[in-house]
Design a protein around this ligand. Structure first.
Ligand code: SF4
Length: 222
């Protein structure tokens, strides 16, 4: 009998244990698996160091590394994790092992092959990112009640655009909606303003600050 084909290898920028800085899981210890490469170029991207390079690793090697770090929460991130074929068996294998698995994705790759046990945190790119045209709106129909939608906002125009989008698609009735002010290094010049906009929005929005940036600044591996 033919044996099953080996899982595709993964190109990995880094695997590390830290504190989850974003989403409704913020504050929890979390292991991050950052995969290499992304087809987008968001103006404010804070992980451009993951666009190139990385180390080719087997699925088993990545699982071993995650197991050794010993944290029940794991986030698959990048770069854009869904651009690598190996991420699908990796996500399923982590779920099989009992991990709570978060997937941070830019929203331009179809979500239809992601294991349903994975909690998806999906960007909707606002105009200020320069990548608005890359939003795959078909993904909105593939989100479950545990999934979260994130808007990174650079200014008031982005915030108003995000609120319009939330209203049009009734996102805050179905999912957690995260509003994330752009950070520059360890600070965000607009975080306080965005907090007030969220407060006054009359929508069910959640201010999403990048806790790890306050703690450690804008450095890899944190
Ligand atoms: S999708 Fe994410 S990794 Fe890719 S350029 Fe945008 S912010 Fe950076």
């Amino acid at each position: 009998m033919a044996s099953a084909a080996p899982a595709p290898p993964l190109v990995v920028t880094e695997i590390f244990r830290s504190i989850q800085g974003e989403s409704s899981f913020a504050g929890l210890p979390c292991t991050f698996v950052r995969l290499t490469g992304c087809a987008l170029r968001c103006v404010w991207c804070d992980s451009a160091y993951a666009f190139h390079g990385g180390t080719t690793r087997t699925l088993e090697d990545v699982l071993l590394n995650v197991d050794r770090l010993g944290v029940p929460l794991v986030e698959l991130t990048g770069g854009e994790p869904l651009e690598q074929e190996g991420v699908y068996p990796l996500a399923a294998a982590l779920c099989d092992r009992g991990y709570i698995v978060l997937l941070e994705t830019g929203g331009h790759v179809p979500l239809d092959r992601v294991d349903p046990r994975v909690i998806k945190v999906v960007d909707i790119k606002c105009p200020g990112s320069g990548m608005e045209s890359r939003n795959d709106l078909a993904n909105l129909n593939l989100l479950g009640p545990n999934d979260e939608v994130k808007f990174v906002v650079a200014d008031r125009r982005d915030f108003d655009w995000a609120v319009d989008f939330v209203e049009t698609h009734r996102l805050d009735e179905k999912h957690k909606v995260l509003i994330s002010p752009v950070f520059e290094g360890a600070t965000s010049k607009i975080a306080a303003e965005v907090a007030e906009w969220v407060r006054d929005s009359k929508r069910k929005l959640r201010l999403n600050l990048q806790v790890h940036k306050f703690l450690w600044g804008d450095v890899p591996g944190r």
